[in-house]
Each structure stands twice: as structure tokens, then as C-alpha cells.
Design a protein around this ligand. Structure first.
Ligand code: ADP
Length: 675
């Protein structure tokens, strides 16, 4: 029984193959996690890194509360089940199951046998205990290998395509058995498969991977209902979701979707309320997605949905028994047998008699439409919209969004006129909660209180990173909640509450506090203007919250064999904690001193100090509750949050100190995040 934490895990094989790229995930105790994706996407590599069979190139892996990067596989308290069973052929089932327990030497023979018998009973293999593996069927062998894992009572079960060698019927049966086993054992399971049906039926959460990159992590239902991109949409569900190039145009309260050689449907705008309005111009090509089960061929549904009805004709019928898959052609002139962008696949009741070339009328379920950006393939109507695009009228330092008026800060000193505002959904601050500005306690592994910093590091009077400043010096508070607005809806999405407002007819989404009540009717809110960008006439970008400076690992001889290790950021050495040192050495070995690093940090993790990185203030931006100094460090710009007593102005030369616990470090050339 254990939780797992995977932080920025990378695997780069010799020869430079980046098999796993920045894998981040928190796995709770007792979860059944499935890694799924096409062959070569990095699933097995990730699992093998968890097992300790593959070295982790960079990142931190925790099992329970222990960092296990350097812990031997046998000491990780995990058990692994492989596709090829990996049983010893010369041993009986009993001996195979007892083998690992005997190695431990802390259990009596009696206890070992009791455990073997109990596991055999659970798996229904008690009658085979004295047979050798070759006298067992594939399914029975896989049960033995599960049994061998169970007897060890591991904290985590790792299963690598355990059912791939079994025939379809046995696979289905074993799926249920493994799910039952998971419930019985109440232990964390991590299961690798390329089969989306296995993933959907077994996982409490699924990780969809492609080319070493995690595409989406979610429950089976959410992956199916809310795929975050076209790849996930196409990978989950059989037959695959239908995709079409399409354009969207707003027509009153509806959106006209044109696709498949000028076929048109009209859907209520409310169904696409989370899609960004910029796509509704009638020109921008998007990808329309609709699952075969959301295209209906029944008179009642078609009659009720005349605006999404389509005349088509039956091409091919696949009768699968429990359902029939019907391939239709939306372009009457097409004679292509492959998918030419006009083929529509639907699922129908197998009792319905259809014949090839029969004209039929079908209708799309408007509430089940998916839309993706044509180029990035990312969903344009994500569950939590990232940004609201709003037209606002500016007059006398105020902006009016259809009757909802906000005071603009000095940083957004716009002349009177109409502008487009891009307001991220996380830019709304709510009364009394400081919204998402709360400072988490520094991770103890990253932060070293000043008096715990080794003496030899301390005597150097360097200010700032990768040691001495205590985290609390960087704390800041942002007030919020000036204007009372009506809440039109509260949606719970995982741990997030998504609020919906209505600014003069335009829907606005805001990420709220997870404690918000579902029946919330009004709330005091304020906008965090530094996150807002403005277009139209004058262009004002949002404040860059992601500062990056170049760095290198550096050392200084302090004795014959003693060195101080540090990070040289723009010519200034900052001593680093052993933790950071180790991570740098882990990632780059002896080349650690040669590699180019990027150090990144937000404006709150840097402050004006008496010594540190030299900078010149270019300008001061005033957001009312907060001000920032835009500083030039060489040819780079660093935005610094100004604290009380920071009386500086443009043109001043200053020094900058960084917050140790908050900087990130990336190996620049390979793009590997080290911290
Ligand atoms: P999956 O389990 O999703 O099929 P893997 O984790 O086995 O994928 O492999 C991910 C990528 O890493 C693939 O491109 C594969 O070719 C590569 N790879 C796997 N093992 C090695 C290895 N030992 N050396 C070099 N490349 C490897």
C-alpha cells in the first residue's frame, strides 16, 4: 500500500532517444493506474523506471515518502508481472511462488507455505501447485505469475501487458479477475497496455501517452467524454471518433458547422459555450469530432434534432452481433472506399435491417460534439477553459464588459475605446481567499534554513539562491474581491470549481476555490490584471510570469580535494544545496559543468537585494495592489515583484536575489527539467 509521486521524470537512452519526457503524476494509495498508448510511446520504460529496472535520467520518483531513484529494485517493495510470465520452468508452481519469499530469509517455511496456499486459493490455482509451468495453459501461467507477486504483499503492483499473450476470451476473463484482485488486495496497481479496452475497463485513472509525452491523465469516463486533444479522442473508443475538417459560424443563438463538402448542421451555441469565440468566424478551419455512438439513426431522435440531421447512404455494414457498425458517405459524388474526409461511421442496433446503398437520415447529438484546433489538435472547448476573450469598452480608466465595470490599473492605461481582453480563467480573485496566490510552504528538500547551510557555504556573502534566503522573505499577499457579480453556474471538475458568469451576454469562466458551494449565486471578485492581455488599437501583453536566465554549474576549490559547488547565473555564483547538486550530477554526470542550464522563476521568487545578479530597471508596472520592476539582465528581461520599501525607479541599477525553493532548472540543450 503506497502512494507514488513522479516528478519531472525523463528517460533518455544512449543514442539520444527521449523515451519519456517530463512525466509528472501523483498516484494515490490503492489507485489502479493504467498507462496506455501505441507501441513505443514510453509506457514500459516508465513502468521499468518505477520498478528500478531502468535508470531514471532525470526527475524524482517517490514511493510512499521515500525517494527511490537510487534504491535497488529488490528494496522498493514492489512486485512486477510480465507479459511472458517469467516463471522458472524447472520449478513447480509452488516453488515458483515461494521463490522470492525464501530469498528474504526472514520467513519460516510454514509461513511461506501459508502465504502460497492463500494466494493460490485467491487465484484458483491450488490444484496446480505441484505442476511445472509447461503443464499449464497461458491463463494459468499468468495466474501463477500474479500469485508470485501477491505472496510478497508488495506496496505496489506493476503489470506490463500481462494479458497480451492470451486469447481474446481469456483476456476478457482475466481483466475481471485482475480488477477483483485489485479490490481484494487494496493495493496500488500500475498496469501497462496498448489496448484501450483494457485501459477503460480496469483503470481508476488512465495515463494516455504518445511519443514519450503524457497526453492526458483522467478517469476512463472523463477521457471518453472530455478528450483534451485529437489523439486522445481518436485513441479512446471503438470504432474511432469521426473527424472532419469544419468551419464554425455564429448565427444568433446557434452555431452553424460546415463540414464534409459543404454539409451544414446547426447546434445550440450553449452546447459549444466553452469554445473560444475566435473560432466562430466562418473561416478558421477546425476539426469536428463526433463518436459513432453519438450519430443516431432512429426516427424519434432524428425527428427531435432536425437541425443536426444529415441525409446519407449506407456504404458498408459490419454486423458485430451486439451492434452494427455502419459506414456512410456524406458526399454523394465520392466513390472512395477509404476515409476521404466525408465518411461518417455510426453504430446502430443490430436488429435494424439496413442494406448497402440504402438512403438513410441520421442526426448528430449536438451535446456530444467535440472540436479541436486544426493545427495544434488541442481541444478548443476544454472542460476548464483557459482564457476568456471579451470585448470591453474603456472609458476614463474603467472597462465595461456589457454592464460589468472594473477599474483599470495604471499598467493598463488605455485610451478610451473598444478593445479585446484575454482574461485567463485563473485570473479572477475572490474575496478573502487570496485566490491562487497562497504560498505553499517550501519543500524541505529544496529549502535550507540559513542556519542549516554548511558553514563553508555561509561565509561567502552571496545573497540569494541556491541557498540562503529563507522562503518567508518572498511571501506576498494579493487582495481580491472588489465587485459583486452574479454566478450563473458552478461546475465541479475534479478538485476545481468552475464558476460561470455572464458579462453582458458573454459567458465568462473563472476557476474558483474548491470549497465554493454549488448553489453560489453571487460573489465578490476582482481581476488579476497582470495576467490579462489586451488587443485592438493598443496591444498590451500580460506580465511575463516566467523569468528565465542562463546558468552553468560551477565549482570553487576550497582545499586539496574540497570544492564548493554552485550555479553560476549570469556570472554570479550561487551555492547550491546538496540536493540540487546531486540532481545536476545525476542528470549530467561528469559533464555537469559543461552543460548549459536555464534557471526559471516567477516574479515573486526574485527580489531586490544588496548583492546578487546585476540588473538595470527598465520600467515599473503598477497593477494597483502589486507593482513589478521590469529589469534588464544583459539582454534578458526579468520581472521582479516589488515589496514594501523597494523604492526604485526606471534607470536604477539593482541586484537580484533568487528564492532557492522556487527556482526551476532545465538542462537547456536536451530540454530536461532537473528541478
Ligand atoms: P512502449 O512500452 O510504449 O511500447 P517503450 O517504453 O518500450 O515503449 O519504448 C519507448 C521508446 O524507447 C521507443 O522509441 C523505443 O524504441 C525506445 N527504447 C526502448 N528501450 C530502449 C533501449 N534499451 N535503448 C534504446 N532505445 C530504447
Amino acid at each position: 500500500m503506497a502512494s507514488l509521486s513522479l516528478k519531472h521524470i525523463y528517460k533518455v537512452y544512449d543514442g539520444g532517444v527521449k523515451a519519456v519526457n517530463d512525466f509528472c503524476m501523483e498516484i494515490e494509495d490503492k489507485e489502479f493506474i493504467v498507462f496506455v498508448g501505441p507501441s513505443g510511446c514510453g509506457k514500459s520504460t516508465t513502468l521499468r523506471m518505477i520498478a528500478g529496472l531502468e535508470e531514471i535520467t532525470a526527475g524524482e520518483l517517490m514511493i510512499g515518502d521515500e525517494v527511490v531513484n537510487d534504491v535497488e529494485p529488490k528494496d522498493r517493495n514492489i512486485a512486477m508481472v510480465f507479459q511472458n510470465y517469467a516463471l522458472y520452468p524447472h520449478m513447480t508452481v509452488r516453488e515458483n511462488m515461494a521463490f522470492a519469499l525464501r530469498l528474504r530469509k526472514d520467513l519460516s517455511e510454514e509461513e511461506i507455505m501459508a502465504r502460497v496456499d492463500e494466494a493460490a486459493k485467491k487465484l484458483d490455482i491450488a490444484q496446480f501447485l505441484d505442476r511445472k509451468p509447461r503443464a499449464l495453459s497461458g491463463g494459468q501461467r499468468q495466474r501463477v505469475s500474479l500469485g508470485r507477486a501477491i505472496v510478497r504483499s508488495p506496496k505496489v503492483f506493476l503489470l506490463d501487458e500481462p494479458l497480451s499473450n492470451l486469447d481474446a476470451k481469456l483476456r476478457a476473463q482475466m481483466r475481471t479477475e485482475i480488477s477483483k484482485l485489485h479490490k481484494q488486495l487494496a493495493t496500488t496497481f500500475i498496469y501497462v497496455t496498448h489496448d484501450q479496452v483494457e485501459a477503460m475497463t480496469m483503470g481508476t485513472r488512465i495515463v494516455v501517452m504518445k511519443l514519450g509525452v503524457v497526453q492526458q491523465i483522467d478517469t476512463p469516463k472523463n477521457l471518453y467524454d472530455y478528450p483534451g486533444n485529437k489523439f486522445v479522442a481518436g485513441f479512446i473508443g471503438t470504432p474511432q471518433m469521426n473527424f472532419f475538417d469544419a468551419t464554425l459560424r455564429k448565427v444568433g443563438d446557434e452555431v452553424e458547422i460546415t463540414f464534409a463538402n459543404d454539409r451544414k448542421v446547426l447546434v445550440p451555441a450553449e452546447c459549444l459555450v466553452k469554445a473560444q469565440s475566435k473560432y466562430f468566424d466562418g473561416e478558421t478551419v477546425v476539426t469536428l469530432g463526433i463518436r459513432p455512438e453519438d450519430v443516431h439513426y432512429d426516427d424519434e431522435f432524428v425527428a427531435a434534432h432536425p437541425k443536426t440531421a444529415l441525409d446519407t447512404s449506407v456504404g458498408i455494414i459490419e454486423a458485430l452481433g451486439s451492434e452494427s457498425i455502419v459506414y456512410c458517405e456524406l458526399d454523394p459524388n465520392s466513390d472512395s472506399i477509404s476515409d476521404s474526409g466525408t465518411r461518417l461511421v455510426l453504430k446502430v442496433d443490430p436488429r435494424i435491417q439496413l442494406s448497402v446503398d440504402q438512403p438513410i437520415k441520421v442526426a448528430l447529438d449536438p451535446t456530444r460534439i467535440h472540436l479541436f484546433d486544426h493545427d495544434t489538435e488541442v481541444s478548443i472547448m476544454p472542460r476548464v477553459p483557459a482564457v476568456n476573450l471579451l470585448q470591453g469598452k474603456v472609458k476614463g480608466g474603467k472597462v465595461d464588459f456589457g454592464g460589468i465595470k472594473f477599474d483599470l490599473p495604471k499598467a493598463l492605461a488605455l485610451s478610451d475605446g473598444e478593445y479585446q481582453f484575454a482574461i485567463p480563467s485563473d485570473a479572477f480573485r475572490f474575496d478573502g481567499q487570496g485566490a491562487n496566490e497562497e504560498i505553499a510552504e517550501g519543500d524541505p528538500k529544496h529549502t535550507v534554513p540559513f542556519d542549516e547551510v554548511p558553514e563553508k557555504y555561509r561565509k561567502k556573502a552571496f545573497v540569494g539562491a541556491i541557498c540562503p534566503l529563507p522562503h518567508s522573505e518572498f511571501a506576498h499577499e494579493v487582495p481580491g474581491g472588489a465587485l459583486s457579480v452574479e454566478v450563473k453556474g458552478v461546475e465541479t471538475i475534479g478538485k476545481t470549481k468552475l464558476l460561470r458568469f455572464d458579462f453582458g451576454g458573454a459567458p465568462v469562466f473563472a476557476i474558483g476555490n474548491q470549497d465554493f458551494r454549488d448553489d453560489l449565486k453571487k460573489i465578490n471578485t476582482d481581476i488579476d490584471w497582470k495576467k490579462v492581455s489586451v488587443a485592438g488599437g493598443e496591444e498590451l501583453p500580460a506580465l511575463n510570469l516566467f523569468n528565465v536566465l542562463s546558468a552553468k554549474m560551477d565549482k570553487e576549490r576550497t582545499g586539496k580535494k574540497d570544492f564548493n559547488f554552485g550555479i553560476n547565473v549570469e556570472g554570479k555564483i550561487f551555492y547550491c544545496t546538496e540536493y540540487v547538486q546531486q540532481k545536476l550530477f545525476n542528470a549530467a554526470g561528469r559533464k555537469a559543468f559543461d552543460i548549459r542550464l536555464d534557471v526559471d522563476f516567477d516574479p515573486y521568487s526574485v527580489k531586490l537585494a544588496e548583492d546578487g545578479i546585476s540588473a538595470v530597471i527598465d520600467s515599473i508596472v503598477d497593477y494597483g495592489a502589486e507593482s513589478f520592476a521590469v529589469c534588464k539582465v544583459g539582454d534578458k528581461i526579468v520581472n521582479v515583484y516589488l515589496r514594501e520599501g523597494d523604492n526604485v525607479s526606471a534607470g536604477d541599477s539593482v541586484f537580484l536575489a533568487l528564492d532557492v525553493s522556487a527556482v526551476g532548472i532545465v538542462e537547456a540543450d536536451r530540454g530536461i527539467r532537473i528541478i
